[in-house]
Design a protein around this ligand. Structure first.
Ligand SMILES: [Ca+2]
Ligand SMILES: [Ca+2]
Ligand SMILES: [Zn+2]
Length: 540
């Protein structure tokens, strides 16, 4: 069973699992119609790519002169749509003598009456030699790369230009563009002459912006798709945001991770998303996407970590989950946000919560702290710590850094928890005791949150960005803070280098002392502050 690390222990109205057993309707992407159909299309649905309609379309294409399917060619259906008029549109890839024909893809349209047409750019039947005159090794050398860096060159038929297909080597190189944007370029090199036929940049960046609920107008990096723009960021691992349309998770999803609530990626005809109000479904999506962007940048620039998984691979957000759902969660793959109760709580897409959820992923892919007992409290505390550091890092004037969690979507401004005085919520604890392990992880986290606040900011009263904070100690000591920068680096190193799945609070003290020793030296001010802050929460 897949574990979900959630933000809060609150009522989970709307999570009734039975509600969402139905599979989600497929997207409504329409193929270009080759001719007017037998009536107006009112709906389109996706068929399996191995459906009988797809198989029939392949043989129809082979008979169709316009499809230019000559000797040595094969077609492989990759997607099939059926629209309300009964017309099917089957998209297929083409090979020639077993080689991929890049640009040789086609769509075959078959009306209900059996009339077949096709859409494609290839204008002639293929007939070319398939033995390269230029070796793969020479091509790699020419591009200044190696098999280790770029993979083995692939021999393909380059039909991108349509009229003049060539035998070509395809090599994909990666790097960084002048402005820091990642680069992934497909080089097509003529296998007869060694000449570059095409170099296609696969990272398409479009600058856009969004009007968020909690952070004002924020910059977004979008992905262009035809004439529309997707809320999908190619500069941050292609992290994207989808609308699950208030569906909840099915039992199949909870048990097996299949048939999970899904929906379309947010898209727009222009580069602007949201209105700053919940009356637009896009607004919460802007916050979620902005939150994952800032968190991505925070981990990259502060800790040198490349995404949640450390691999540069992104994740995704689901917004508008459930009905009146006052929670958010990470499930090992993605972040999910409820819309709140529509009364006290709004959508849970604030920066600190986005940082909280993504940090569950970072924990899962490092110390992997078990989500129960003291290790569970440390897991939750880690998410509150880094979620809060993300909020400070963003330096957004509409949502200034503070040690409250979720204050932005709470009409009272209190939020779900606070790190300077965790016990003020009536359920969390400020001080360690032997019974802490029996608490829900969202309350036992109080010990770790309190430690971190004392380490960064120190004990006593303090106004931070206009918000009053006050932290007492459990042993009557007074603690001087070492600042957020050192505190967050110590915690990150403790998490990623020293903690293990069953680390408890005593173990966290050792791990963070080791980290402080590595970063600042044993006996340094920072090292001593770590010891004092742990003692101040009764972890000795
Ligand atoms: Ca704030
Ligand atoms: Ca906050
Ligand atoms: Zn959590």
């Amino acid at each position: 069973m897949r574990r979900s690390s959630s933000l809060a222990r609150l009522s989970s109205a709307g999570t009734t699992a039975l509600a969402a057993l139905a599979m989600v309707a497929a997207g409504t992407q329409a193929a270009t119609a080759a001719e007017p159909g037998p009536g107006r299309v009112t709906s389109t649905r996706q068929l399996p790519a191995d459906s009988s309609a797809a198989e029939a379309a392949v043989s129809a294409a082979e008979d169709l002169a316009a499809a230019k399917v000559g000797a040595k060619q094969a077609l492989d259906p990759v997607a099939a749509l059926s629209d309300s008029t009964g017309t099917t549109h089957v998209r297929m890839d083409r090979t020639y003598a077993g080689l991929r024909v890049v640009g040789g893809d086609l769509v075959v349209h078959t009306t209900k009456a059996g009339r077949v047409t096709s859409s494609q750019t290839l204008t002639r039947t293929l007939d070319l030699a398939t033995t390269p005159r230029v070796t793969a090794a020479k091509v790699l050398k020419q591009l200044g790369t190696t098999v280790k860096k770029s993979g083995a060159p692939e021999l393909v038929v380059d039909a991108i230009a349509g009229a003049n297909p060539r035998l070509a080597w395809l090599v994909t190189t990666s790097g960084t563009q002048a402005d820091g944007t990642p680069s992934r370029i497909d080089h097509y090199i003529d296998a007869s002459t060694g000449r570059t036929l095409h170099a296609v940049q696969r990272i398409h960046t479009v600058d856009g912006d969004g009007q968020s609920l909690y952070g004002g107008t924020v910059p977004l990096q979008l992905t262009q798709s035809g004439s529309s723009y997707l809320l999908k960021d190619p500069t941050r691992g292609n992290t994207y945001t989808i609308d699950v349309n208030n569906k909840t998770e099915s039992i199949l999803c909870q048990l097996l991770g299949i048939a999970c609530a899904t929906g379309p990626v947010f898209s727009s005809p222009d580069t602007h998303f949201g209105t700053g109000s919940t009356s637009s479904r896009e607004s919460a999506a802007v916050d979620a996407q902005y939150g994952t962007n800032v968190t991505w940048d925070y981990y990259k620039n502060v800790h040198g970590r490349n995404g949640i998984f450390g691999t540069g691979q992104g994740s995704f957000n689901r917004v508008h989950y459930g009905k009146n759902y006052v929670n958010a969660f990470w499930d090992g793959e993605k972040m999910t946000y409820g819309d709140g109760d529509g009364n006290r709580y709004g959508p849970l897409t604030s920066l600190d919560v986005a940082g909280h959820e993504m940090s569950h992923g970072v924990t899962e892919n490092s110390a992997n702290l078990t989500y129960s007992g003291e290790s569970g409290g440390l897991n939750e505390a880690t998410s509150d710590i880094f979620g809060t550091m993300v909020e400070f890092y963003a330096n957004n004037s509409q949502d200034k850094g503070d040690y409250l969690i979720g204050e932005q979507f709470d009409a009272t401004g209190q939020g779900l928890r606070r790190m300077d005085d965790p016990a003020s919520d009536g359920k969390s604890v400020n001080c360690w005791s032997s019974s802490v392990k029996n608490l829900d992880v969202h309350y036992s986290s109080g010990v770790g949150n309190h430690f971190f606040y004392l380490l960064a900011e120190g004990s006593g009263a303090k106004t931070i960005n206009g918000v009053a904070h006050s932290s007492s100690t459990c042993n009557g000591s007074s603690v001087s803070g070492i600042g957020r920068d050192a505190a967050q680096k110590i915690w990150y190193r403790a998490l990623t280098v020293y903690m293990t799945s069953s680390t408890n609070y005593a173990g966290a003290r050792t791990a963070s002392l080791n980290a402080a020793s590595d970063l600042y030296g044993a006996g340094s001010v920072q090292y001593n502050a770590v010891a004092s802050a742990w003692s101040a929460v009764n972890v000795n």
